[in-house]
Design a protein around this ligand. Structure first.
Ligand SMILES: [Zn+2]
Ligand SMILES: [Zn+2]
Ligand SMILES: [Zn+2]
Ligand SMILES: [Zn+2]
Length: 443
């Protein structure tokens, strides 16, 4: 719980939110109780990561190079080449062209490049795109003069450039993944974002109900602390008994990605349930209107009323409606928050000092270096008067009193002294021998 609490604080600091230890713990206890059955279920998955509170799966999005498509388009290209290239030049073109397409690869090995250089009389270097090399080859033999050339060449380029994106899919129950469901680190945001979202309390509602799971994809480089990473796509899923509801895909609705995400989540759920992965999909709105309900007092935006679909495990029936969202709990006072556009109610603004961990009134703190610090934990430099949250350096004023000064002033105070022959002694007596020390000026 300590780890989750610190992660929760981290998100509150990121968005400069008011919060108290009491309010955060009230949310985390509600989360723990409500999500207990889902946690138990998802923990059964071999790809469950306890620290991330999520099932984490790597997958590749897109398609590979399809050989028959390459063959088909290559044939079309050779046909138009035949119409343009004089007969005596055709064998040279054919040899070079075959070397280029015959690897079924977006780049070519040296052997193939050598053949292309010799027969095609063009320059080509390893690492260059196969499609670029073919383009150059076709220009060399004036195939590009043919009226069909551009169209066929575009098809061939597509066929030789596979869209293979390695991604990481995360089906999460981590509290911070709900808080960051519309992270400001994304290239997009929705109404649930914590900066200014009009439904931001909805993130708390999803976090503390017993059906919501958050699914998102991140770049494959992200290996942990998924809540910190920009979400490429995000989609809410709700699980109740044998019913799995898939809500709207963010940021863009795409049937293809929705289908892919559903496939991943269905498989995760049936793996955990230890049942065959067979579902009946319901997509008609009139069939779906009854299956989802917003929980009383919940504050999430009800996408599921307008978009989404329901998977029902084969052999089971639609039962009671899935009740989505809990009453959000104020992150400051820990009582029921009735406001949608914030994480807290109208109670006093409080924050937790990052240094001492005490909950203090917000107006007795400063936000510096991405966190709140209480006045007691901040220092005032005896020279420049800046409020400092950093290491302080000991010095003496002219009267010989010990004072604390900031890094910059410390260094400034040493500078005139650097050439001083009695530097060590001089420091102890507060640089009072040196004419221009900063500390002496102010003391
Ligand atoms: Zn409150
Ligand atoms: Zn403090
Ligand atoms: Zn200073
Ligand atoms: Zn000196």
């Amino acid at each position: 719980m300590e780890q989750l609490k610190n992660a929760f604080y981290e998100v509150m600091y990121k968005y400069e939110k008011s919060f108290s230890e009491h309010g955060v713990m009230a949310n985390l206890r509600a989360w723990e109780t409500a999500k207990a059955p889902l946690l138990t279920l998802l923990r059964k998955h071999p790809a469950w990561q306890e620290e991330a509170k999520a099932v984490v799966i790597e997958f590749s999005e897109g398609r590979g190079i399809e050989r028959d498509v390459v063959d088909e388009v290559s044939f079309a290209m050779l046909q138009i080449a035949d119409e343009v290239i004089p007969e005596d030049e055709r064998p040279a073109f054919l040899t070079a062209f075959r070397a280029a397409v015959g690897e079924y690869s977006s780049t070519l090995p040296e052997e193939a490049l050598e053949i292309i250089r010799n027969s095609g009389k063009i320059k080509c270097a390893s690492g260059q795109k196969t499609s670029r090399i073919i383009g150059r080859l076709c220009r060399q033999f004036h195939v590009d003069a043919h009226s069909q050339y551009n169209k066929v060449f575009a098809q061939l380029s597509d066929a030789l450039n596979p869209l293979q994106l390695q991604k990481t899919a995360v089906l999460s129950l981590h509290p911070c993944d709900f808080l960051e469901m519309s992270s400001k680190s994304n290239t997009w945001t929705s109404c649930h974002n914590l900066s200014s979202g009009s439904y931001q309390a909805g993130a708390l509602s999803y976090m503390t109900d017993d059906v919501s799971m958050i699914f998102f994809t991140v770049d494959k480089e992200v290996k942990d602390h998924f809540y910190r990473a920009p979400r490429r796509t995000r989609q809410m899923f709700f699980l109740k008994d044998c019913m799995l509801y898939q809500s709207r895909l963010y940021p863009d609705d795409s049937d293809e990605i929705t289908k892919q995400n559903r496939g991943i989540v269905q498989k995760i759920i049936t793996t955990c349930m230890e049942v065959p992965n067979r579902w009946v999909l319901k997509t008609k709105r009139d069939e779906l209107s009854e299956c989802c309900e917003s929980g009383e007092g919940s504050r999430q935006y009800p996408d599921y009323h307008y978009q989404g679909n329901l998977s029902v495990l084969k052999g089971t029936e639609i039962q009671n409606p899935i009740v989505i969202g809990a009453k959000p709990i104020c992150v400051c006072c820990g009582s029921h928050n009735r406001l949608s556009h914030g994480l807290k109610c109208n109670c006093e603004d409080q924050v937790v000092c990052q240094d001492c961990g005490r909950t203090v009134p917000r107006n007795q703190t400063r936000y510096m270096e991405n966190a709140f610090h209480c006045n007691a934990c901040l220092h005032i430099c005896a020279v420049c008067g800046s409020v400092i949250h950093d290491t302080m350096y000991p010095a003496f004023d002219r009267r010989g009193n010990a004072v604390e000064i900031c890094f910059d002033c410390y260094h400034a105070s040493l500078e005139p002294c650097a050439a001083c022959s009695v530097q060590g002694v001089c420091r102890i007596i507060g640089n009072s021998l040196c004419a221009r020390t900063a500390i002496r000026h102010t003391a």
